[in-house]
Structure formats: structure tokens, C-alpha cells
Design a protein around this ligand. Structure first.
Ligand code: CO8
Length: 258
């Protein structure tokens, strides 16, 4: 494991693991961390030996939000000139699957970062919310948009306007996270899921991720058109031939990403 100040990284087979590491502030996301996180994700996205990225917090906190210390005295002009949302756009553009290993607090920008991930494995201890309303602001990195798409308007309004936290079980029931696991297994289970996804055909993973995300951006008709293109594209790949031959020959496929 190597340390990049506030981000720890490790590569395990085809899975790259990034752990947010600012324990004194419950993994609050400052500008430098977000910049480095975007850079790391991009470098793993460009690395053919990596098929899945696992993004984790600590057991106590996935991330308790943007770093309030960074913003406390900022003016509107300061905030606008920081151009911090470029980092979030870079994270949104990652093409490989990102599995989130979430335990403890996932609040504000932390909840928004979680919603940038694709498969969210959550400890039963997780507390998830958008409490910006308690400190005189509101979500700014997609919280009002992604949360509403995930859980619907009535619940999103409740979470954003009251600042209340959801339990892991509630988050699962409302479709905000993928799986909830016992406290002691959250990281192992997230790794298991990441490795399982890493056995799939890389180009299928990329196209499938793009297509699911399209459903949040496009009309049904436009999304279906793009889905069909992405589906047809896969018939140009060696992995489609391998996957289907392996099925017919009753053996495990061995995908190469070609
Ligand atoms: N920023 C900075 N420091 C934090 C943050 C944070 N978001 N959250 C916790 N900390 C620090 C505390 O100040 C404290 O530091 P210290 O020990 O020096 O006093 C330490 O972490 C431990 O926290 P607590 O003592 O408060 O621990 P508790 O267990 O009592 O409470 C809570 C935990 C409930 C998580 C509490 O710390 C809390 O309410 N934190 C703030 C949560 C919040 O409001 N998040 C939203 C922040 S705003 C935001 O995310 C806007 C996103 C906009 C877009 C992104 C742009 C980059």
C-alpha cells in the first residue's frame, strides 16, 4: 500500500483500491484531495491492467462532506473562482466501474461522491444525508439532482430540507445504495464485489456503465437508441466471441478486454 497523503492506494489484481484518509476530520473532502482523487481515478481509468476501481472511506466515515474549513469565510466570488466542480466533472467521466465501500458518515459532498460511484456497498452503520441546510447552504455537487433521481422528489425534499440522515436500511429500501452488509464485513464484501465485477469483459462493463448512466441524462427513446449502438459494438469484440463460446463449451470465459 502506498500513501499519497490523504489518499491511500493499493492494487490487488485487476482492482485498484483508493481509501480516503483524513481521519481527524472524518474524511472531509478538501480541494486538494478532490484534485488528487480525480487524477488517480483518471490514471486507473487509463491503465489496461485495472478493470474496477474500489473507493473506500474508513469504518467511522466514508466522508462527512466537503471541508467546511475550506468554505467558512469564502465569498460567492471565491467559490466561483475556485472552479472546484471541474474535479467532480472529471470523476463523472470515469468509464470503468467504481465500487464504493461505505461505512459510517456519508454526508453532504460525501453523499454526492457516493452517488458518483456505480455499485454502492454499504455497512449497516452508514448514516447518509445532505445536511448542508444545517450550515446555511445546500447541496452543490449534484445532491439535489442525483438524490432526487434515485429516491424521488418527496423523500429528496425531506432529506435536503430537514437535513436528516438515512440509515443504511432506509437507503437500500429507497434505491440509494446497492447492498447493505453487516458492520464487520463491509470492506471484505466490497472487495469481493469489485473482484467479481473485474472478472467480466472490460468493454462490456464500460458500455453497460455508459448506458445505465445515460438513463439519468436522456429520454427513454434516446437512451434506447444509444443502448442499441453500445450493444452492437460488443459484437466487434473478441470478448463477445469468448464469452459465448465459453457458455456453449460449458467452461469459464477468460476475458482479455479486446
Ligand atoms: N468539514 C470539516 N471538518 C469536519 C467535517 C467537515 N465536513 N465533518 C466533521 N469534521 C471534523 C469536526 O470539526 C471534528 O474536528 P475536531 O475534532 O477538530 O473538533 C472532527 O471532524 C470530528 O467531528 P465531530 O466531533 O463533530 O464528530 P461527531 O461524531 O460528534 O459528529 C458528524 C459527526 C455528525 C458527521 C459532524 O461532524 C457533522 O455534522 N459534520 C458536518 C457534516 C456536514 O455538514 N457536511 C456537509 C458539509 S458542506 C458540503 O458537503 C457541501 C458540498 C458542496 C459541494 C462540494 C464542493 C467541494
Amino acid at each position: 500500500m502506498s500513501e499519497q497523503t490523504h489518499l491511500l492506494t493499493e492494487v490487488d489484481g485487476h482492482v485498484a483500491i483508493i481509501s480516503i484518509n483524513r481521519p481527524k476530520v472524518l474524511n472531509a473532502l478538501n480541494l486538494e484531495l478532490m484534485q488528487d482523487l480525480a487524477g488517480l481515478l483518471e490514471s486507473y481509468d487509463a491503465d489496461d491492467s485495472i478493470r474496477v476501481i474500489l473507493l473506500a472511506g474508513s469504518e467511522r466515515a466514508w466522508a462527512a462532506g466537503a471541508d467546511i474549513g475550506d468554505m467558512a469565510t469564502a465569498t460567492r466570488k471565491d467559490m466561483e473562482s475556485r472552479d472546484q466542480f471541474t474535479q467532480w466533472e472529471r470523476i463523472k467521466s470515469i468509464k470503468k466501474p467504481i465500487v464504493a465501500a461505505v461505512s459510517g458518515f456519508a454526508l453532504g459532498g460525501g453523499c454526492e461522491l457516493m452517488m458518483h460511484c456505480d455499485v454502492i456497498i454499504c455497512s449497516e452503520t452508514a448514516k447518509i444525508g445532505q445536511p448542508e441546510i444545517n450550515i446555511g447552504v445546500m447541496p452543490g455537487a449534484g445532491g439535489t439532482q442525483r438524490l432526487t433521481r434515485a429516491v424521488g422528489k418527496a423523500l429528496a425534499m425531506d432529506i435536503v430540507l430537514s437535513g436528516r440522515f438515512l440509515s443504511a436500511k432506509e437507503a437500500l429500501a429507497y434505491g440509494l445504495v446497492s447492498r447493505v452488509v453487516p458492520r464487520e464485513h463491509w470492506m471484505d464484501e466490497a472487495k469481493r464485489v469489485a473482484h467479481a465485477i473485474a472478472t467480466k469483459a472490460p468493454i462490456s462493463l464500460r458500455n453497460a456503465k455508459e448506458s445505465v448512466l445515460n438513463s439519468e441524462e436522456q429520454s427513454l427513446s434516446a437512451g434506447l437508441v444509444r443502448e442499441r449502438q453500445l450493444f452492437y459494438e460488443l459484437f466487434d469484440t473478441e470478448d463477445q466471441k469468448e464469452g459465448m463460446s465459453a457458455f456453449i463449451e460449458k467452461r469459464r470465459p477468460s476475458f482479455t478486454g479486446k
